[in-house]
Design a protein around this ligand. Structure first.
Ligand SMILES: CC(C)(COP(=O)(O)OP(=O)(O)OC[C@H]1O[C@@H](n2cnc3c(N)ncnc32)[C@H](O)[C@@H]1OP(=O)(O)O)[C@@H](O)C(=O)NCCC(=O)NCCS
Length: 243
């Protein structure tokens, strides 16, 4: 049976037409930390979700999601200042870790608590028999086009690999050009449709899936993307860290 999604439209989906890359906002120096969500994040996560999906009903029960087995809730935390206590993300090693199957942030449970920072984005990933399903992903409007969506997708792929998944899959609104562009960049392809999937307006969903993430060709693509992501933002003074 097809499960209908209770999701609402994203806050500004309508004006997220496919902008060329050169229209990306010039970034101020920002430091984003990718980490597992903690129960102390629940309130901020709910607030963030209300901003991104204003008419979503019922809202996600983040307290429950964080505690569940076989899933990961990742957050991107905008740090209030630079700290030297965590290592900048070594994106090449992300791929090495994936391919080598070394346990990563998704399984270590190494949650850091940071004050003086706010959440910029989140991703919920469910692991179901060899497949990772991105159940939800969003970035605060003020943080969009700063590489946070890519950071979350990279984290989701790493989490999928750490949980022995071969591919990632998701549903996306047919009209959501921005999200589709992000997924296509990371090798997701449209493999099907779900008619009337979104209950609020009956919009159709596209089903998008990655190739086998352990295939050498995909791993090489991912390595290039990860390096480009980190270099591009380094040039503008922004950095990505992991707990
Ligand atoms: C989709 C979303 C998560 C992207 O997050 P983001 O932090 O702005 O994305 P990034 O800055 O990392 O962009 C990465 C890539 O995504 C694509 N992209 C992001 N925003 C885009 C836009 N407005 N138009 C076209 N492409 C876009 C591009 O391919 C971009 O790569 P590029 O910079 O090389 O062109 C964000 O727009 C969002 O939260 N939207 C509302 C919620 C939502 O739609 N969630 C997905 C539900 S399935």
């Amino acid at each position: 049976m097809q499960i209908k999604h209770n999701g609402s439209k994203a806050s500004n989906t309508s004006n997220q037409s496919a902008n060329p890359a050169f229209l990306r906002k010039p970034a101020k120096s920002r430091v984003y930390l990718l980490r597992n969500a903690a129960s102390s994040d629940v309130e901020q996560l709910s607030e963030l979700e209300r901003g991104v999906f204003p008419s979503l009903w019922p809202p996600t029960n983040f307290a429950h999601e964080i505690k569940k087995d076989q899933q990961a809730v990742l957050v991107a935390n905008l740090r209030s200042g630079r700290t030297e206590t965590e290592n900048p993300i070594q994106n090449t090693s992300l791929v090495e870790r994936m391919v080598g199957g070394i346990k990563t942030l998704a399984t270590q449970g190494n949650v850091a608590h940071h004050t003086g920072s706010r959440l910029a984005g989140w991703a919920i990933i469910w692991f179901v028999v060899g497949e990772a399903h991105i159940a939800s992903i969003g970035v605060a409007e003020m943080d969009r086009r700063h590489g946070v969506g890519e950071l979350l997708i990279l984290g989701a792929i790493e989490a999928a690999a750490a949980n022995d998944c071969d591919e990632l899959t998701l549903e996306v609104r047919k009209s959501n050009d921005a999200a589709q562009a992000l997924y296509k960049k990371y090798g997701f392809k449209v493999v099907g449709e779900r008619k009337g999937y979104y209950v609020d307006d009956n919009e159709d969903a596209l089903i998008m899936t990655t190739p086998d993430i352990r295939e050498p060709q995909y791993a090489a693509k991912l390595a290039r993307l990860a390096v480009d992501h980190s270099r591009r933002w380094e040039e503008s003074g922004s950095r990505f860290q992991r707990a």
